[in-house]
Write a protein that binds this ligand. Structure first.
Ligand SMILES: Nc1ncnc2c1ncn2[C@@H]1O[C@H](COP(=O)(O)OP(=O)(O)OP(=O)(O)O)[C@@H](O)[C@H]1O
Ligand SMILES: [Mg+2]
Length: 254
């Protein structure tokens, strides 16, 4: 059975997609079978791996039960992916039946044994797509930048996960909070790191020891539609993500 990891934070631009891509690519490079699922109508993860989200079926058709997971999967160099596009923005209204929170879980069930890990990239909102991701997830990883507003939203996110735990998926938990786009040189960020650590304590979720440094390499790799490990394995930020993956895997066995 695949372990399902949702990457979530309703705050925009905190590196959810970047972390999803790095995690999926890093796990694949370690020899695991990895599927990424893009449930963000922006389709950023799909674009970043060069998936065809214009002519092929996407997660939109999957959630509407017009296709199967097997049909929707695209096998890319970096990892397999079920892509998304802007059509998904309408899905919230279109899937209005009972069980709408369970739809992704239901549709992924037939391929659960084909993968070791399924990584889900979610949109910057706590709507139906993110709830669907939490309903199928074992672990939630919360990337956050060292900004006061980024930290603020975490309470709301916590409540949403608690509700999903209560009504839809007992096993889901916050695996950890990951500080991204981090600049250790600025004092303000250091203060924020302390604050985020306090928040992690309040949320009863660990803060990863590893922090992901800010680096232009991230955008360079994304522009070239490749992952940071293939692009520049010796870059500091690639090392950060590799260390984060090791830390995540270590935490799994606890
Ligand atoms: N470690 C980093 N260093 C520098 N830039 C980064 C880093 N991580 C991400 N970025 C950049 O920050 C921007 C936002 O990242 P990303 O798209 O991963 O965030 P997101 O949380 O998925 O955003 P959204 O909420 O819109 O989905 C992108 O331009 C990305 O290239
Ligand atoms: Mg994103």
């Amino acid at each position: 059975m695949a372990k399902v990891i949702a990457i979530a934070n309703q705050k925009g631009g905190v590196a959810k997609t970047t972390t999803s891509g790095a995690l999926a690519a890093g796990l694949k490079k370690k020899g695991f079978n990895v599927l990424a699922v893009d449930v963000d109508p922006q389709g950023n993860l799909s674009d970043s791996v060069g998936a065809d989200n214009q002519h092929e079926v996407t997660v939109y058709e999957l959630l509407k039960m017009e296709t199967t997971a097997k049909e929707a999967i695209q096998k890319m160099d970096m990892f397999d992916i079920i892509p998304a596009n802007i059509m998904l923005a309408g899905a919230e209204q279109e899937i209005a039946q009972i069980g709408k929170e369970q739809r992704l879980k239901e549709m992924l069930a037939p391929i659960m044994c084909d993968y070791d890990y399924i990584v889900i990239d979610t949109p910057p909102a706590l709507g139906l797509m993110t709830i669907n991701a939490f309903t199928v997830a074992d672990d939630v990883i919360v990337p956050t930048t060292a900004g006061i507003f980024a930290a603020n939203g975490i309470g709301q996110l916590y409540d949403t996960i608690k509700n999903v735990q209560r009504y839809c998926n007992k096993k889901v938990k916050i695996a950890g909070i990951l500080l991204t786009k981090y600049n250790p040189r600025t004092i303000n960020n250091r203060d924020m790191k302390e604050l985020t650590e306090q928040l992690a304590q309040y949320m009863d979720a660990p803060m990863y020891q590893t922090t992901i440094r800010s680096s232009v390499v991230v955008e360079e790799a994304q522009t070239r539609k490749t992952d940071i490990f293939s692009y520049k394995a010796d870059a500091a930020v690639a090392g950060d993500y590799a260390a984060f993956i090791e830390e995540y895997l270590k935490g799994e066995n606890k």
